[in-house]
Design a protein around this ligand. Structure first.
Ligand code: NAD
Length: 359
């Protein structure tokens, strides 16, 4: 069993901010990245939290992530926009693009926004929550260019990225936010498992001979307890979720977030080594569609009805999408962010190399 340290969220955020400042980020960048990463931990998505710090610092040092970039408008059709992130920090350029799309949807009723060439933009639900906080429904298709990790339905070789998908619906009682990778597990969950964290479900991975596995070495090859994990070193793949249906959704994420926006895909012609997110987001304003209050009432009563479903296990109630995350957030704001010792050691090693003292 892995042992965990618990770090108060604000203290962790301050520490991560100092690491990114020391790595050469501006104050605005470092603050936004650390806020997003700790926010992912608070939501319970440790795979997209501070465990990413060593890898992000390394990508920045290697020039895969370019500091100081802003999302630049390539096409402006009013209700549709295409932006280019210029390989800037994903948490920064995706926030800028999302804020612009939100403003347009609030003005026009709807906005379709494509973002290409963003560095890793993290937990996609963050952008759905941003839109929901402004009263907007949003749908996000995301792909990961330069990252081929997932076997399509029926395949034993990598073809897709972990291509995440998210939908957010604002409601008076709190937003409903669906947010998942189209792989059976996000790559970050393999990373967490390899760092002594939660084990993978059986059959999450597939070996080149078609054998199912839950061993992170299927993806990363052999690795030391503390140090980098590189999927290039492994021969196996993560499996797409939901058999042919999840595999089909991953396919569509690559076509919409990659091919349509002009962002790289997980295909063979794309450059490897640089992880690039593309995102196609659709923002809708319920107010412009008709009676917002009637929509809220109908949707809230539907959510409440679904949740009255008798659970299979009496102590595991049926939850709405996003509910798990808000429960975790409430818990972790009190108890602190739990980090496996190995992940914490990796982050401290990155900080020490930059001359940053750990709390
Ligand atoms: P996951 O398997 O934990 O699924 C999360 C979704 O399932 C959420 O909507 C959650 O509310 C819902 N859920 C969880 N438990 C539930 C329950 N008991 N009842 C009902 N609903 C429940 O998520 P994942 O696939 O591991 O993805 C983790 C994160 O990784 C996501 O935030 C995703 O955006 C992110 N991601 C990002 C990238 C990228 O390139 N930026 C790539 C892949 C994944």
């Amino acid at each position: 069993m892995a042992s965990y340290v618990h770090i108060p969220a604000l203290e962790l955020q301050g520490f991560v901010t100092r690491i990114f400042l020391a790595a050469g980020c501006t104050e605005a960048e470092a603050g936004r990245i650390s806020h997003h990463l700790v926010g992912a931990n608070l939501a319970g998505h440790d795979s997209h939290g501070v465990v990413r710090v060593p890898r992000y610092v390394e990508w920045h040092r290697a020039g895969h992530i370019v500091g100081g970039r802003k999302a630049e408008v390539v096409t402006d059709g009013g209700g549709f926009l295409l932006l280019d992130g210029g390989y800037g920090w994903g948490q920064v350029v995706a926030e800028q693009a999302t804020r612009l799309a939100i403003a347009r949807a609030r003005q026009l009723g709807a906005c379709v926004m494509g973002l290409r060439n963003s560095a890793h933009l993290g937990r996609v639900g963050d952008y759905a929550e941003m839109a929901a906080a402004e009263g907007l429904i949003s749908i996000h298709f995301v792909n990961v260019g330069g990252s081929v990790l997932v076997a399509p339905f029926g395949g034993a070789e990598r073809r897709f990225s972990t291509a995440p998908f998210s939908v957010g619906v604002p409601l008076p009682g709190g937003p409903v936010v669906l947010d998942f990778a189209t792989s059976l597990v996000a790559e970050g969950k393999v990373l967490v498992a390899s760092n002594g964290g939660k084990a993978l479900p059986e059959g999450a991975l597939v070996s080149p001979d078609g054998t199912l596995s839950a061993d992170p070495r299927t993806l990363y090859g052999d690795y030391a307890p503390v140090g980098p994990r590189n999927p290039e070193n492994g021969l196996g793949a993560i499996r797409a979720f939901g058999e042919h249906k999840g595999s089909g959704l991953a396919f569509m994420c690559e076509l919409l977030a990659g091919c349509l926006t002009g962002s790289p895909t997980s295909g063979p012609v794309e450059a490897r080594g640089r992880v690039v997110n593309g995102m196609l987001s659709i923002h809708l304003s319920p107010k412009h569609f008709g009676d917002e209050a009637a929509f809220h009432a109908a949707a809230q009563s539907y959510v409440d009805w679904v949740k009255t479903c008798r659970p299979v296990h009496p102590d595991e109630p049926v939850l709405a999408p996003g509910e798990m995350e808000s429960r975790r957030r409430a818990e972790r704001l009190v108890s602190g962010v739990p980090l496996p010792e190995e992940a914490w050691a990796n982050i401290r090693a990155t900080a020490a190399a930059l001359g940053v003292e750990a709390p």
